[in-house]
Design a protein around this ligand. Sequence first.
Ligand SMILES: Cc1cc2nc3c(=O)[nH]c(=O)nc-3n(C[C@H](O)[C@H](O)[C@H](O)COP(=O)(O)OP(=O)(O)OC[C@H]3O[C@@H](n4cnc5c(N)ncnc54)[C@H](O)[C@@H]3O)c2cc1C
Length: 359
Amino acid sequence: MAWTIVGQGLAGSCLAWELWRRGVNFCIVDREGGIAASRVAAGLVNPVTGKNFEPSPMIGEFLPEALAFYRCIEEKLGVVLWHPLPIMRLAGNDDEWAKMQAKASRADVKVWVGGELAKSEIDGWAGGFEIRGGGRFDVKMFVDRTREFFRAQGIYRKDEIAFDRDEMARVWCDGAAGLVLGRHGEARCAKGEILTVRATGWDEARIRVGAGGWLVPLGEGCFKLGSTYEWERLDMEPSEAGLERFVALDKQADFIGKGAARRERDTGGRLRLRCFTVDALDADVIGDEPIWREGKVCGWVTSGGYAHASKVSVALGYVPRELAGETDGWSIEILGEMRTARLQARPLFDPEGARMASR
Ligand SMILES: Cc1cc2nc3c(=O)[nH]c(=O)nc-3n(C[C@H](O)[C@H](O)[C@H](O)COP(=O)(O)OP(=O)(O)OC[C@H]3O[C@@H](n4cnc5c(N)ncnc54)[C@H](O)[C@@H]3O)c2cc1C
């Protein structure tokens, strides 16, 4: 049987190399449009990560194996992909520093900690450790050169594959595309920013991580820097927003997003845009407030305000599709206070559209 790897990002590329090494019959395809995480990622490998300063799961086993694997690919392709670099892990405040110090004495953390950073290196920070064993993996070069290699072997092609649950010979390495469609289970999206900058004359060869941000040297005065600062879904699909009637899915010509809109129509999407009236006091929603139900945040407000003609405070927001028919039981958090909200199924103003249609 010939396997098809769908998606040639980091995951698909690694799998392709492993199948190639084992002499398995396969081909690899990628749709090439849009942005793949592997083409923009910073490639930061940090053995002790996150706010909680915890070792990445199974890092002690995975990292040596990954590095041995990448070394083989480097030899095969004649390029340098792995750049070992010390990491400066900085604490934004005293509490975080105390937590990091306590954790650093734990055996599974200690093994990665090189030592406390000197006072002169932590200006403006509460403290910091140097972390060993990390570095930067040049993901973009890895996927680009892997593509060239397998194309030359005649087993890479550009193609967009439609998902088919019954097609057993496909391995889906479609990254976030599959995640947001819920194919690989529940997904949580992080909002972040990433920049590539040039800082001429700044000779920094260490990775810096702290307060949710990071800076990774790429060499020759270039750096990737970024931060992850919010967790929420960033995309809105036509049916979820009630806009599917504006998308001509039967149009013969291809258009950007056609495949995604079709898939969303077929699966029904995960969210629905709904209108709520809110028992607001002296402040209305302005956007991005959490929508609560049964003690959990399950949606977010996109916009709203006071509806003067209807004399009521209104919020529009996304909620899970399966709850989108529930009238009661909602709360919206405004300036840290819970305000009871009620789903408003019909338009508040001129629900029949009679005023618009009048002559
Ligand atoms: C901005 C950013 C910074 C990051 N920084 C880091 C970091 O510093 N360190 C770290 O460890 N991780 C980082 N990550 C995460 C890491 O980059 C990703 O987890 C990893 O690259 C995902 O690889 P992937 O192969 O699963 O997916 P992707 O790289 O998204 O690849 C999926 C591929 O599948 C293709 N595809 C999708 N659907 C289809 C289809 N139907 N038919 C054909 N092809 C299809 C796409 O074109 C794409 O090329 C970062 C991610 C982002 C977005």
